[in-house]
Structure formats: structure tokens, C-alpha cells
Design a protein around this ligand. Structure first.
Ligand code: UT7
Length: 316
């Protein structure tokens, strides 16, 4: 028996405020040209005027439930992948339970695997669905971030890259759709870290070049693992969706593996790096553009703080 999953609904939510590179250049020592050529990013969205990370999570989740055509009381587990939760406690997942009126007899919790959080969540969703541990048949998996709260305008190498947003997926068990997933971590608190209580230091810090190297290696090795496990070659899947951090990272892998540029879905030019939200945000946008139809096969690749990495093969 295949123990696969089906993504039956997708949704996304962005803050109201869109910030262009030009506007970023008025706040920190940079230029539109530098940001575009080094990252491919042209704009990002920032929460303002009381908009919260939990609002983004609930907004994306509501749309994903509507897209799936299911009611809140059919949700058996709620996971919010995030590195920027609203509070240390309660979890954002608890706030979503309250906001959407999800059942009280379900597990709901936050998961921090930074930018790889959505892929970690897919593996957990699949495992819990087949463990028979859930009282209702659907898992609500959300990636939601408010990175604008942890970036320092004085640190231009991070400030220009990140944005806020949320994406959500409704998932159920499927014996028709195959699913493979590989997760990993290389513990490191020097390359990408923060904020911390110790100093106290409210900001995120990053050695961009070291992350770049880790990312290209994580994506290339993740693709090789998925090819081996699924028996499907990267050249055969309809799309490869990488964590949307930097266009140069994606192009580097695309060239190294000699794959066509069109196979890689990219939307980072509009949203910047939204960490755990980036992959579900991409999937929701792909579905809206009718790129995800029954039979579509995807490789999903994540990497980020931790340093975490993850690779998943998903069939629509
Ligand atoms: O979710 C995972 C999150 N992280 C990532 O994915 C990051 C991966 N890494 C990257 O995306 C790239 O390494 C960056 C975009 C962060 C940086 O690009 P780079 O080509 O590796 O630049 P660099 O750090 O080597 O810096 C080159 C120059 C430096 O000046 P000098 O020393 O050559 O004079 C920096 O000071 O660019 C300067 N610089 C900037 N200049 C204008 C750094 N940030 C900026 C900036 N505007 N925002």
C-alpha cells in the first residue's frame, strides 16, 4: 500500500504594505541594482499597523480550507512552521485554532526548522496521518513569518533580503499519490542565527556566503536523493520548487544539473525570502496560475537556519 499524501487545498496571505528595493534603499545603505543583481529580489511585504504573524497564518489557512472545500471541524492537526512566532507561548498554532474555530481535540503546535519548516511539516503530517493518531482526516500545515521584526536596517546584507508572508496547505492521506521526504540538520549557531536573549540581541545575523554554499549543496544532494527514492528524474518532474532565498542559488543549481530554467518555479522577485512561508506561498501561487493539476509531480527543496535541509517528492 502506498502511504502518500494529497495536498487538497492551498492559500496565501501577504501584508498590505509592499516595499520596493527603491524604498529599501532609502532606509539602508544599498541600491536597487545591488539587490536585483545579487539576489533577484525586487520587492517584499512588511507587516505594519498592528498586522501580526498570527493574522497572516490564519488568513492563509482560511483560504486553504476554502480552496479544499472543508470545514474547520474536519482538521485533525494544525502545524505552523515558523522561526518568527507571535509569542514564545502561546504558539501561533494555538492562536490559529482560536481564530478559525478549529476543534479542541487536535494537536496544534509550532515547528521551527527555519526555512525548511514546511518540508519538515509535510513529513510530520504524513507520519501522523498514517499513525492513526488524528481524530479528523485533514492536516492544516501553515508556513508563516514576520521577518521584518527581526532584521536590522543597519545590517544591509540581511535587511534587503527578507519579507513577511504566509502560505498554507490542507493535506490528507492518499493511497494514489506517492510521497518521499528526506530531512537533515547540521547544527550551527554561527552562520545564521538570532534573535537571542543572551546579549540581548533582537536581530537575525547571517554569513551569506556560507549559507549560499550550504544551500547549493543541500539542493543538489536533495535532488539526487529524491531521484533515487522516487525513481523519477529531476528532468521528468513538472516543477522544482526551491526555498525562495536567492535567484542566484537556484540558477547555480539549475546550471550545475543542466536542467531547463523553466523547470524551477521562482517568485522571490515579488516577496523576497519569507523563510518557512516561501514554499507554501509558491505552491499557492502556482495553483492560482493553474500550474498544479492532477498528475503534476514536484520536487520541493528547503534549506536554512539550523542549518536545516529537506527534500520532498509530491504528486498532485
Ligand atoms: O533562507 C536562507 C537565508 N539566506 C540565504 O539564502 C543567503 C544566501 N546568500 C546570499 O544570498 C548572498 O551571499 C548574499 C545576497 C547575502 C550576498 O551576496 P554576495 O555576492 O555573497 O555578496 P558578499 O556578501 O560577498 O558582499 C559583496 C559586497 C561586499 O562589499 P565589499 O567587501 O566587496 O566591498 C558587501 O559589503 O557587497 C557588499 N554588500 C552590499 N552592498 C550593497 C553587502 N550587502 C549589501 C547591500 N547593498 N545590501
Amino acid at each position: 500500500m502506498i502511504q502518500g499524501i494529497e495536498i487538497v487545498g492551498l492559500g496565501r496571505q501577504l501584508p498590505a504594505l509592499r516595499v520596493t528595493n527603491q524604498e529599501i534603499a532609502e532606509m539602508t545603505d544599498t541600491s536597487d541594482e545591488w539587490i536585483r543583481t545579487r539576489s533577484g529580489i525586487q520587492s517584499r511585504y512588511f507587516c505594519r499597523d498592528g498586522e501580526t504573524q498570527a493574522d497572516l497564518a490564519a488568513g492563509a489557512a482560511e483560504k486553504a480550507l476554502a480552496d479544499a472545500g472543508i470545514k474547520p471541524d474536519e482538521v485533525g492537526m494544525c502545524i505552523v512552521a515558523t522561526a518568527t512566532p507571535e509569542y514564545v507561548t502561546p504558539s501561533t498554532a494555538a492562536l490559529v485554532q482560536k481564530n478559525l474555530g478549529l476543534p479542541e481535540d487536535i494537536p496544534a503546535f509550532d515547528l521551527n526548522a527555519a526555512c525548511t519548516g514546511f518540508i519538515y511539516g509535510l513529513q510530520l503530517a504524513c507520519s501522523m496521518l498514517y499513525a492513526g493518531a488524528l481524530r479528523h482526516p485533514y492536516v492544516l500545515l501553515i508556513g508563516a513569518e514576520r521577518l521584518s521584526g527581526v532584521i536590522d536596517p543597519a545590517e544591509r546584507s540581511t535587511y534587503v533580503l527578507f519579507g513577511d508572508g504566509a502560505g498554507a496547505a490542507v493535506i490528507r492521506a492518499s493511497e494514489l499519490r506517492r510521497f518521499f521526504c528526506r530531512l537533515g540538520v547540521r547544527g550551527d549557531d554561527a552562520v545564521l542565527y538570532g534573535p537571542t536573549h543572551e546579549k540581548p540581541d533582537p536581530y537575525l545575523h547571517m554569513n551569506g556566503r556560507a549559507v549560499f554554499r550550504f544551500a547549493t549543496e543541500a539542493i543538489s544532494s536533495g535532488i539526487a536523493l529524491l531521484e533515487e527514492e522516487s525513481g523519477v528524474k529531476a528532468a521528468e518532474v513538472e516543477y522544482i520548487v526551491c526555498h525562495q532565498a536567492n535567484q542566484r542559488i537556484i540558477e547555480h543549481v539549475q546550471k550545475r544539473l543542466k536542467l531547463p530554467r523553466e523547470k524551477f518555479f521562482i517568485n522571490l522577485h515579488e516577496y523576497g525570502n519569507t523563510s518557512a512561508a516561501s514554499i507554501p506561498l509558491a505552491l499557492a501561487e502556482m495553483k492560482e496560475s493553474e500550474l498544479l493539476v492532477p498528475g503534476t509531480r514536484l520536487f520541493l527543496l528547503g534549506f536554512g537556519g539550523g542549518l536545516t535541509k529537506g527534500a520532498a517528492y509530491v504528486e498532485f
